[in-house]
Design a protein around this ligand. Structure first.
Ligand SMILES: Cc1cc2nc3c(=O)[nH]c(=O)nc-3n(C[C@H](O)[C@H](O)[C@H](O)COP(=O)(O)OP(=O)(O)OC[C@H]3O[C@@H](n4cnc5c(N)ncnc54)[C@H](O)[C@@H]3O)c2cc1C
Length: 352
């Protein structure tokens, strides 16, 4: 038997964990290293714990590549949801509303893909929207799913290295994993400042949100327009994510109360059930939100000019890098597709 190929995966967000999982499944020897894992809590350094999250396409009708990636990922997420009911994935209804029909037309490539897809009739539309669709999707309880992914990696034999601080240079990974034959760079926003990468095309897109305790089932609701996107995402654990904002180039990790109030108003205006429930709980103004809202938070989506970077790079020290970063607001719903790309790249270039 040949020795398994040794890989260091740098970054333990959804991208690093999923990449590690796929490589472990193919018999690689994997070390997963990062300065921030899911159990360290929400932070601008770790977008994964700040995500909604659900599968809702970001691909346009023209973007066949992203469509393929999202399709692979959706299929795998469905498989996991079925095989592992406790992994944090839940089937749920999605109601998408558009304020602009042209935007809807440029998005609806997935009518054949999403189960139970149908367009909404005019009397099902909510105020200010001109087009709508209903379909089944998967919602993600991100804390539970990330913990589950990491445990699966450990069960499959991954070594976990919790770094005391960020690496200054990507090749410093050799100090922690001297045997690695290559490194997969899954550092998200960290790729901007990481020595040896310093990709200035990577930038943050700030998203503010609230989490509310809601003891009944709600659909996912997405209102897509020219302004901020309004999002309601049930996580299947009695908690509903309310969003959001999309502020390009903002590193601000402080909660803006005025934004929270605006998010709440938008969410309540598109979901009468939620509005009624909040009133029943005595939430008559923003000052009362403590009766229902359990957390407010910020996440920084790792966006990249030119899209996600998945490619191989040679280095002076002979340790090749496979990059996998820049997943913006779609890191969960593309995670399996891009991890497959990493695998293909390794296999092509190493003839494994
Ligand atoms: C508000 C919000 C809502 C979202 N909703 C969705 C959604 O509904 N669906 C969806 O698919 N996506 C969603 N996303 C996007 C998703 O969260 C991201 O695309 C995804 O989490 C990116 O994961 P990542 O693993 O690439 O990066 P991260 O989760 O940020 O992880 C980066 C990792 O790299 C490590 N790292 C970085 N630099 C270094 C260094 N120098 N040394 C050592 N370690 C380093 C960090 O410690 C961390 O472990 C949302 C994001 C936000 C903020």
């Amino acid at each position: 038997m040949p020795e398994p190929v040794r890989v260091a995966v740098l970054g333990a967000g959804v991208t690093g964990l999923t990449t590690a999982y796929v490589l472990l499944d193919q018999g690689f020897n994997v070390t997963l290293a990062a300065d921030h894992f899911h159990d360290a809590g929400v932070s601008g350094d770790y977008a994964s714990l700040a995500a909604g999250a659900h599968w809702r396409t970001w691909a346009t009708v023209q973007d066949k590549d992203l469509q393929a990636i999202e399709t692979i990922s959706l299929a795998q997420l469905y498989t996991l949801a079925q095989q592992y009911p406790d992994c944090g994935l839940m089937r749920s209804e999605s109601l998408d509303y558009w304020q602009d029909k042209a935007v809807a037309d440029n998005t609806l490539w997935f009518r054949q893909l999403a189960p139970k897809f149908r367009t909404l009739s005019a009397n099902e539309l909510i105020c200010g929207t001109v087009y709508g669709a209903s379909y089944e999707t998967l919602s993600i309880d991100v804390a539970r799913y990330l913990a589950w992914l990491q445990q699966r990696c450990v069960d499959k034999g991954a070594a976990i290295v919790k770094l005391p601080a960020k690496l200054d240079h990507i090749l410093d990974i050799q100090k922690h994993c001297p045997e690695a034959q290559f490194v997969v760079n899954c550092t998200g926003l960290g790729a901007r400042n990481l020595g040896g990468v310093q990709d200035l095309a990577v930038f943050p897109v700030r998203g503010q949100w609230l989490l509310a305790k809601v003891p009944f089932e709600l659909p996912n609701i997405n209102v897509i327009g020219q302004g901020e996107m309004t999002l309601i995402i049930p996580r299947g654990n009695g908690i509903v994510f309310l969003g959001g904002t999309n502020e390009k180039f903002s590193w601000n990790e402080k909660i803006d109360e005025a934004q929270s109030e605006n998010i709440l108003q938008r969410c309540l205006s598109v979901c009468p059930q939620l509005n009624t429930y909040f009133k029943e709980q005595g939430v008559n103004s923003f000052a009362d939100i403590g009766k229902v809202v359990v957390k407010q938070g910020i996440g920084l989506r790792p966006q990249r000019v030119g899209g996600v970077r998945v490619e191989r790079e040679e280095t002076s020290r002979g340790l090749p890098i496979i990059h996998n970063y820049g997943h913006s607001g779609y890191g969960f719903q593309t995670s399996w597709g891009y991890a497959q790309r990493v695998l293909r790249l390794i296999r092509q270039t190493h003839r494994l």
